[in-house]
Design a protein around this ligand. Structure first.
Ligand code: DLL
Length: 429
């Protein structure tokens, strides 16, 4: 199903031409922003110099640090009265990153979500429960307006309070949920404890999950536990929030809306482009924003372009699910480890539950604390030790070091209100 079939299936040459035109227009717009004007002056680049897609490489990168240094409104490209909305994203350190929306930007963001929601077969007959946080985080409002545009009945539930979520699902026969993958796993445990079988007692059929890294194994675990189809949704505040890239019904990579964003994958250290299919850092340029477009934004997210056309007919290229962030790589005893490698191992084991945390202490000691699934413990302590060894061995095969594994009771690890914090680094290095 298409929301806007013409643009979603636009022939590549026409899509490329549209990108180029919008890129030039964006550079023109950014000449008003002192930060970018300074950069253009330094390199002598003019909008007219952008003659082909490859010329984007003549433009400067923008980093999260640039956003922080220009906080609160140094990168605003329109007059203050043109601004309709503000969203922010807080990192672990320093000032938040602020993003402004004009009226047209609010509409465009909703349009991109509408396309995404529609392409998974959601229609105006669906009841859409948005279980992400409303407020400065984009997962609430941006998704909300998109689902409303499709005509769904949207329930702005926000996160947490699983009892209330369940009540809403039962009373209003919710069919679609938008939820953090970590919360989806927790919610599945909650239902299980209450003895509720979602397949029999609820009307859920689809879930959109995103905003935090998760693996294919996690998707499968959520699908099995909640009895629905899970679609991966990628976005970041700097590029509107959700709706940047989204899976179609094929569930084989996320289509990135290339009429709105120019997509590059680069080597994180050299900044040089990598070949299709190779993993690198995703760099995005917003070419259809008014209030605060960004050039060549270094997302730090690691992914690759999936080569070849998609069976769904959309011409917008697909990116692989995010395999990590270039800045969340852990170096433990000299070995590079991405937390998602650990998640992949854990979530593929039926005896293992749905919550885990990676703890780093002392000089370089790694402990993986993981909840058991309700079926994972038969009362025999010996079996527990066996399982512990099995998990440690599987992890060693994946990450090359053998961490300490602690098996804990289902529901005993802390659950965050927002995005899950999977790594606790208390090393004294
Ligand atoms: O998380 C926007 C969003 C909301 C996306 C709801 C999807 C659904 P930020 O808070 O600015 O914005 O965080 C953006 O989250 O750079 C990635 O590192 C991570 N991220 C977002 N979606 C995914 C995903 C929102 N599907 C940062 N898979 C991004 C993996 C994701 N990581």
């Amino acid at each position: 199903m298409f929301w806007h079939q013409e643009i979603e299936t636009l022939h590549r040459p026409a899509l490329d031409a549209l990108q180029l035109e919008r890129l030039r227009e964006t550079v023109r717009r950014l000449e008003r922003v002192p930060f970018y004007r300074g950069k253009f002056l330094k390199t002598g680049i003019q909008p007219e110099d952008i003659k082909s897609a490859a010329d984007i490489r003549r433009l400067p990168f923008t980093t999260a640090a640039d956003l922080r240094e220009n906080y609160p409104d140094g990168l605003l490209a329109v007059a203050r009265e043109e601004v309709l909305r503000l969203h922010t994203s807080s990192g672990t350190t320093g000032k938040p990153k602020a993003l402004f929306f004009s009226r047209r930007d609010v509409d465009t963001a909703a349009e991109l979500i509408a396309r995404a929601v529609c392409m998974t077969g959601v229609t105006r007959r669906d009841v859409f429960q948005n279980m992400m946080s409303y407020g400065l985080f984009t997962g609430g409002l941006v998704m909300h307006y998109g689902a409303e545009k499709v005509g769904c009945l949207v329930i702005p539930a926000g996160p947490g309070t699983s009892e209330r979520q369940l009540l809403l699902m039962q009373d209003f026969r919710t069919t679609v949920i938008h939820i953090l993958p970590s919360y989806a796993l927790y919610f599945a445990d909650f239902l299980e404890k209450k003895g509720i079988d979602p397949r029999k007692n609820l009307a859920l059929r689809k879930a959109f999950v995103g905003a935090e890294p998760h693996t294919e194994e996690t998707r499968r675990k959520i699908e099995e536990a909640l009895g629905l189809d899970v679609y991966n949704s990628y976005g970041l505040t700097e590029m509107n929030g959700p709706g940047v890239a989204f899976e179609c019904e094929g569930k084989c990579g996320m289509h990135l809306w290339e009429d709105n964003f120019v997509l590059e994958i680069i080597h994180p250290a050299t900044g040089e482009p990598v070949d299709d299919g190779q993993t690198g850092e995703l760099v995005l340029t917003s070419i259809n924003r008014e209030a605060m477009p960004l050039l060549r934004y270094r997302t730090r997210d690691l992914t690759s372009i999936i080569p070849g056309p998609c069976a769904c007919g959309r011409t917008h290229r697909r990116i692989h699910r995010i395999t990590g962030r270039s800045d969340d790589m852990l170096i433990v005893r000299g070995v590079n480890i991405f937390p998602q490698q650990i998640e992949r191992v854990l979530m593929a084991m039926p005896q293992i539950g749905r919550n885990y945390v990676i703890q780093l202490e002392g000089l370089d000691d790694m402990t993986v604390k993981v909840e058991l699934s309700p079926a994972g413990f038969d009362g025999e302590v010996g079996h527990l030790t066996e399982l512990q060894n099995q998990v440690a061995e599987k992890l060693r095969a994946e990450i090359w070091i053998r961490p300490k594994v602690e098996l804990v009771a289902c529901g005993s690890l802390p659950v965050a209100e927002g995005k899950a914090k999977r790594v606790i680094d208390k090393r004294s290095l």
